[in-house]
Ligand binder design. Structure first.
Ligand SMILES: [Zn+2]
Length: 474
């Protein structure tokens, strides 16, 4: 189960919304803009609005600048004479994705570890091309870079989603050298305030911290109205929930609650404890209830586990984006690993987690989704977001529910649902226009034609082709 160990798991709240018109987007980026007219009408479209309500066929929608003005049955709403018309026949419109476990680094595979290599030029635009209009970084390797990228996007000097930037991973020791940020001599309040003042809006804690530290981290963060998420190990989910954590990453797959005789405050990795766990084990049910009672959100990240389950080399189809040397390297790893016992076991765990997720959700648990583009280099920004959506369907969610989990549930968590996350009159224009009928073919999620962020329609295929061969380099 080395594969799980090598997965780095790496996480805000208040995303500042800036309306930018194309005039403010740098000249060299204008080519990526597919549409930026002030009055747009999409007619005869199939609409999945992100609220969870049933999809509607034959809809017309009108938006002006960054505001959804009207939605109704085709022919029943008035369309301004000067509107730019898009024929939505055989197409689907969904809200922009709000993805909760993203990173601006690529996990370059090394000897059983990875080296996080920042991708500030390719990844933001790939996220956008993959339908993501808002993302939270769940852990920053270069928090300053992430904050600067966010600013450059707001200024129109780069293109990418709206970003909720998290702290560096709060961690003592660790198997990835870049992750350690605590050395034991810090004042936690000072440490957090340093990042909050710089503009970080979310906190991510990692594997090796103590309950006492987590308690203090939560106290200081909540005092600043900032939420805390964790990829835990030394602290069990139940303990973290009792301490008041807001969010847990990797759904149940990082839980050490079922490790026998786990000493307090010690990280003991034993994935077999989850593999052996019966789906109806009363202790699992109790844990779910405890998380639900305390309103702890789980972030489901199937895309970071899928690369170890005997499927595609790069799930979601992003292989062409990789630098040629990496492509070759990863193909080699894949050829060696395919159909091994390790991968077959991972697949069992992967499927078991789907059952647990369905159950947690059915019981009323709060669920969001994210990709965690690490996966030993096989989870690629943008492509993985589309793949995550397909995996929500494989998990067993209805189409409308999957859209809600990938959009408005994230908006609710981030506290931005008044503005975005659903397609409703009065909301901002964060939308994805898909060239296909999602209800008939889920893989049409890979055929994004335009991704609207704050009213500007970006050309997804053009953006993806602009990064071919570049991931892993910059
Ligand atoms: Zn991560």
């Amino acid at each position: 189960m080395k594969t799980f160990k090598t997965i780095a798991l790496i996480a805000a709240f208040l995303t500042v919304h800036h309306s930018i018109s194309s005039q403010n987007i740098a000249a060299n980026l204008q080519d990526f803009i597919g549409l930026n007219d002030s009055i747009v009408a999409i007619t005869n479209i199939t609409l999945i609005d992100g609220t969870g309500s049933p999809l509607k066929r034959n809809q017309d929608i009108v938006f002006t600048n960054n505001n959804i003005r009207s939605i109704g049955n085709t022919g029943e709403i008035s369309i301004p004479a000067n509107a730019t018309l898009i024929d939505g026949t055989d197409k689907t419109l969904i809200p922009g994705f709000i993805m909760m476990h993203e990173h601006l680094f690529y996990a370059k595979p090394t000897e059983n570890r990875y080296k996080a290599v920042h991708m500030p030029f390719t990844f933001p635009r790939m996220y956008l091309a993959g339908g993501v209009t808002t993302m939270r970084t769940a852990g920053s390797i270069e928090a300053n870079t992430d904050l600067n990228v966010k600013m450059l996007i707001q200024e129109g000097k780069m293109i990418g989603p709206k970003i909720d930037v998290s702290t560096p991973h709060i961690e003592h020791e660790g198997f990835i050298p870049q992750l350690q940020s605590l050395y034991g001599n810090e004042n936690i309040e000072d440490w957090l305030n340093y990042w909050f003042k710089k503009g970080v809006t979310s906190v991510k804690v990692y594997n090796h911290i103590s309950k006492e530290e987590l308690k203090e981290i939560i106290r200081v963060s909540h005092k600043n109205k900032i939420k805390v998420t964790g990829h835990l190990c030394s602290i069990t989910y139940r303990e973290a929930a009792e301490l008041g954590i807001d969010n847990l990453e990797h759904s149940f797959l990082a839980a050490t609650d079922f490790v026998k005789n786990k000493p307090e405050n010690e990280c003991v990795l034993d994935y077999s404890s989850l593999l052996k766990l019966d789906d109806n084990d009363p202790k699992l049910m109790e844990l779910m209830k405890s998380l639900i009672d305390r309103e702890v959100t789980l972030t489901y990240t199937p895309t970071v586990f899928e690369p170890f389950t005997n499927r595609e080399v790069i799930p979601g189809g992003g292989i062409k984006s990789l630098a040629p040397s990496l492509k070759k390297h990863l193909q080699g790893i894949y050829d060696n690993q395919i159909n091994t016992k390790a991968d077959s076991t991972s697949l069992v765990q992967f499927k078991k987690e789907m059952t647990r997720i369905r159950k947690f959700h059915a019981l009323g648990g709060k669920l969001t989704v994210g990709t965690d583009p690490t996966g030993s280099g096989k989870t690629i920004a943008g492509y993985a977001n589309q793949r995550a959506f397909e995996l929500l369907i494989e998990t067993g969610f209805a189409l409308e529910e999957a859209v809600k989990i990938a959009s408005s549930n994230g908006a609710d968590y981030l506290g931005i649902s008044e503005d975005t996350g659903t397609i409703e009159v009065g909301k901002k224009v964060d939308l994805v226009l898909i060239n296909g009928d999602l209800s008939k073919d889920i893989s049409s999620i890979r055929k994004m034609e335009l991704v609207f962020k704050d009213g500007v329609g970006y050309d997804s295929p053009k953006i993806f082709s602009s990064v071919e061969g570049k991931v892993g380099l910059y």
